[in-house]
Design a protein around this ligand. Structure first.
Ligand SMILES: C[S@@+](CC[C@H](N)C(=O)[O-])C[C@H]1O[C@@H](n2cnc3c(N)ncnc32)[C@H](O)[C@@H]1O
Length: 313
């Protein structure tokens, strides 16, 4: 099936771990301890190279990650896309915050659903929605691979990333990818419920961790979004979640594990996606890693993944 997750890609050996990252120590001591570091490394924020909430341009943020984490490997992973180095100058120059507070009043207004026939060449195709799509490269890579069989929608709260993603998809001539700048917490239901085709895959990949307990309510996955995903997903549709922060991954997992009458975990129906002893899917099932995933694995962090399938009992 065109919308099925891809078979697992082989994991590369971690032969070039970024030693200067303090997370390396944690991840070698116990694979199940997330790469959390005390904030004595101000430029490293919480863990791996999560950048703390500093103001920086998109370009500066990416440069920071490249300098401190994984030079060139994102470009290498997405080399197939052959994206132009240049992009809208607006994106490069405007300053954004690394972490956005999605509960800010101005971000609580749901996005209007677009005319789907205008944004996709064939608006009846199965849909994948990536919540918190970041730069959008991950979704573009998939859209290019499956240009006639699936549509891809990225929901991203930071408008400048969406501006650049739209610039790139025009440049690539992709007719099956679209990005909307919105708070997915408040817009997901309205957007997906108006889409004419079946919703076959929803991904939430390395969402912003919002470490402090009092900020957990800012995490993108909350009960209303879980309900909306589960209710709108077509039968046989899948949910793919992952994080390099165990606490965040567990938070998301608990929500989806709590609806066993509607969702089963993939290892019970598809032996090609094996799990470790704690039920985390061992390998990336998409054939391409997200940018956050690339950086985290480069630093030796474990990625905690779950893949669910909607079933009819
Ligand atoms: C850590 S990045 C991960 C990006 C990408 N998924 C990856 O794995 O590389 C999380 C992304 O989610 C976006 N985001 C955070 N809260 C959001 C929300 N409520 N709605 C939509 N996007 C959100 C952030 O702006 C950021 O681009």
């Amino acid at each position: 099936m065109a919308y099925s997750l891809y078979s697992a890609i082989p994991k590369k050996p971690l032969n070039s771990i970024f030693i200067s990252s303090p997370n390396f120590i944690f991840s070698t001591v116990n694979k199940h301890i997330p790469c959390v570091t005390p904030s004595i490394f101000p430029c490293l924020g919480g863990y791996c190279t999560w950048v703390s909430a500093v103001s920086s341009s998109v370009a500066e943020t990416e440069e920071h990650l490249n300098r401190h984490a994984s030079p060139g490997i994102v470009a290498k992973e997405y080399a197939d896309l052959n994206l132009p180095e240049r992009f809208s100058e607006d994106v490069g120059n405007l300053r954004i915050r690394q972490h956005v507070n999605p509960l800010r009043r101005g971000l609580m207004i749901p996005a209007e659903a677009p005319n789907w026939k205008e944004v996709f060449e064939d608006a009846t195709l199965p849909l994948m929605v990536d919540i918190g799509s970041g730069s959008g490269r991950f979704l573009m890579w998939l859209a290019k691979r499956n240009s006639s069989s699936m549509n891809y929608l990225g929901l991203e709260i930071r408008p400048k990333l969406v501006t650049r993603a739209e610039y790139w998809i025009n440049d690539l001539g992709l007719k099956n990818a679209h990005f909307i700048s919105t708070n997915a917490m408040v817009s997901f239901q309205r957007l997906v419920s108006t889409y004419p085709g079946p919703l076959m895959l929803v991904s939430i990949l390395c969402p912003d961790p919002h470490f402090k307990k009092k900020h957990h309510k800012r995490r993108v996955l909350q009960k209303p979004l879980v309900d909306s995903i589960v209710n709108n997903l077509a039968h046989g549709g899948q949910v793919f979640i992952q994080s390099d922060v165990l606490d965040v991954a567990l938070d998301m997992r608990n929500y989806f594990d709590a609806v066993p009458d509607k969702l089963v975990h993939i290892d019970s129906v598809d032996p090609s996606l094996p799990c470790d002893g704690d039920g985390w899917v061992l390998n990336n099932p998409m054939g391409i890693r997200t940018e956050r995933e690339i950086h985290a694995e480069y630093e030796g962090c474990k990625i905690y993944r779950r893949v669910y399938k909607k079933v009819q009992h």
